[in-house]
Design a protein around this ligand. Structure first.
Ligand SMILES: Nc1ncnc2c1ncn2[C@@H]1O[C@H](COP(=O)(O)OP(=O)(O)OP(=O)(O)O)[C@@H](O)[C@H]1O
Ligand SMILES: [Mg+2]
Length: 302
């Protein structure tokens, strides 16, 4: 791998297709393979943040986009040592408007990620269900898009619009942007229409479509309310097994040669202390060894 992280935007303008579930659980599975991973929540709904038990965080991706704070000062540790999360919140709705007035408005996330240097190997970005400025920032910062696709009637139409957008962004904003892969979510092999849509997607996109399908699995929908990824909530569930397989496919594509390593130590962000972390055993951001300040205490929310 190069000195900068490999950046993947999890994107589909269609709502409720499994973007957040995929970003959250793929992030956990990549981190469990000891690849230092940063998950950035770019959706004002903040579902990826709450899936890790982070709600109403004092520092958010907004601060990196608009006030140009370093992303590491907006990042929170998780129960997985190799995974950090930059949360979102309602401020992001405003960010979309504030970005309009900013110079290089499509490149604010790209700038923030470039400042990370080699702190992480992989950055995953959970995008909102729209193609507005927040998603454009994600696409301008990404090496590739990962597209969760639910095999429904309108899926192909939506996919055509999305690949056109990716092409436009590649031509006008980010020449390195590619399609990492398409993952079929909430798959139901007993459903005829779903099988037909899958066959069509595979015939159009060939090996860009991951072999692993994510099945519909109730444990996947329960895990966020416990503030945990499926790997920690129920490692034996079908959903956990599927996301681990997907992570294996993705890692094989990336062909990372480096030995496993640890993520960076986060700088002390005192405001982080006021984030209401509701997961079972949250770990507060710990200070670098040269820092005299004590680590912030994180409200357990219980
Ligand atoms: N494989 C699955 N099995 C069962 N439920 C799932 C699965 N994937 C996602 N869900 C559920 O479907 C809903 C939508 O999923 P998710 O939030 O991941 O989609 P999204 O594309 O991020 O939505 P949005 O466009 O609103 O951001 C959630 O309630 C989630 O728990
Ligand atoms: Mg989402």
């Amino acid at each position: 791998m190069t000195a900068s992280p490999y950046v993947i935007a999890v994107v589909n303008q269609k709502g409720g297709v499994g973007k957040t579930t995929s970003a959250v659980n793929l992030g956990a599975c990549l981190a469990a393979s000891e690849r230092p991973t940063l998950l950035i929540d770019m959706d004002p709904q903040a579902n990826a943040s709450s899936a890790y038990g982070i709600v109403n965080a004092e520092r958010q991706v907004y601060d990196a986009l608009i006030d140009e704070l370093p992303l590491t000062s907006c990042a929170y540790e998780t129960e997985l040592e190799t995974l950090h999360v930059v949360p979102a919140g309602r401020d992001l709705v405003g960010a979309e408007i504030e970005l309009v007035a900013k110079e290089a408005r499509e490149f604010q996330l790209d700038r923030a990620i470039k400042e990370l240097g080699d702190a992480y190997e992989i950055v995953l970005i959970d995008c909102p269900p729209s193609l507005g400025l927040l998603t454009l920032n994600a696409l301008s910062a990404a090496d590739a898009v990962l597209i969760p696709l639910q095999c429904e009637y309108y899926a192909l139409e939506g996919l055509a619009n999305l690949t056109e957008t990716v092409e436009l962004v590649r031509q006008q904003l980010n020449p390195r942007l590619g399609i990492q892969g398409i993952v079929l979510t909430m798959a139901d092999q007993r459903n005829n229409l779903a099988r037909q849509v899958e066959a069509e997607v595979r015939s159009h996109f060939g090996d860009k479509v991951y072999r692993t399908r994510i099945p519909r699995n109730v444990r996947l929908s329960e895990a966020p309310s416990h503030g945990q990824p499926i790997l920690l909530y129920d490692i034996h569930s079908k959903g956990a097994v599927a996301y681990q397989k997907l992570a294996e496919e993705l890692l094989a594509q990336l062909a990372i040669k480096e030995a496993p390593r640890r993520p960076p130590t986060l700088p002390v962000a005192p405001e982080a202390a006021s984030a209401e972390v509701v997961s079972a055993e949250p770990t507060p951001a710990s200070p670098p060894s040269h820092q005299a300040t004590p680590p912030p205490t994180v409200n357990s929310g219980t």
